[in-house]
Write a protein that binds this ligand. Sequence first.
Ligand SMILES: Cc1cc2nc3c(=O)[nH]c(=O)nc-3n(C[C@H](O)[C@H](O)[C@H](O)COP(=O)(O)OP(=O)(O)OC[C@H]3O[C@@H](n4cnc5c(N)ncnc54)[C@H](O)[C@@H]3O)c2cc1C
Length: 302
Amino acid sequence: MPLSPEQKQEIEEQRSTSQPTLRAVSPGMEKHLYTAHEVLDHGFVRVIDYMGDDAAICQAARVSYGKGTKSVQNDEGLIRYLMRHWHSTPFEMCEIKLHVKLPVFVARQWIRHRTANVNEYSARYSILDREFYIPAPEHIAAQSVVNNQGRGAALQGEEAARVLEILKADSNRCYDNYEAMISDDGQQGLARELARMNLPANVYTQWYWKVDLHNLFHFLRLRADHHAQYEIRVYADAICKVVADWVPAAYGAFEDYRLGGANLSGRAMDCIRRMLKGEEVTQETSGMSKGEWREFEAELRG
Ligand SMILES: Cc1cc2nc3c(=O)[nH]c(=O)nc-3n(C[C@H](O)[C@H](O)[C@H](O)COP(=O)(O)OP(=O)(O)OC[C@H]3O[C@@H](n4cnc5c(N)ncnc54)[C@H](O)[C@@H]3O)c2cc1C
């Protein structure tokens, strides 16, 4: 269960009080504040705080004395220009603080994004809950034969059932031993900071994660992409929905230029120019390796 009834009540209480402010407010983001968006079997993403909106990006770009807004159309044009030309610092003027609950193996991928501020739940101080990520049956998939870093079709029947059983049994056995080791039971019990080393990588952890919009877009570009592992991609997808409501013009530009756009090499551009002139270009005449050509064709097919 991602949230207990007590935690839900705490969030409701937080949502029921409001205060007047002179700060810029994004109406789309206000509806997300504090609310937990469920991800995987026990995880969530929720917005704790944010700073700025689309207008704040324009305000910074124009180094304005006032709000920086000219007209919505004008602002959108400016934001698209900034995104197109990698003029990134105005996007750094917006910030978001998230509370994320995620399996440890997902956290290991996430923490590689160094341009954020993180504070994680302390398993030295607190006892971790008996909560493990167990994939839904359709996500218990075989090793991919084309991509060493990916997965293929879902396992079926007995094989899937056997894997699921191993995952559940190992998780529970590890947690039973964790509990047994920290239990004081008349004696002192093993220190939590040591007992936790026995827990598997699918145990859930939590953190507060604060990042500016430019670096968040970089994270989303990599992790909302089909090359990213499903278990981190679902978090990125949940954050994308929040960002689309928070800064609709900036997200629209990001979706168009980064998520929907492609990074093409000089050779790839040369091939496109030759194709436009009517030449039939093949991998052999392209100057690209087989892998590059395969990816290039996939980009062109869309
Ligand atoms: C599909 C996929 C597969 C991956 N596979 C692997 C893998 O097999 N093994 C592995 O170890 N990692 C892997 N990674 C992680 C990847 O290499 C990056 O570490 C991760 O995506 C974070 O990217 P970043 O460094 O650009 O982000 P951030 O840390 O947020 O940095 C943003 C940018 O800031 C700059 N920057 C930040 N810190 C420094 C610094 N210290 N020095 C110089 N410039 C800096 C860089 O320009 C960087 O691009 C994978 C990532 C993806 C998306």
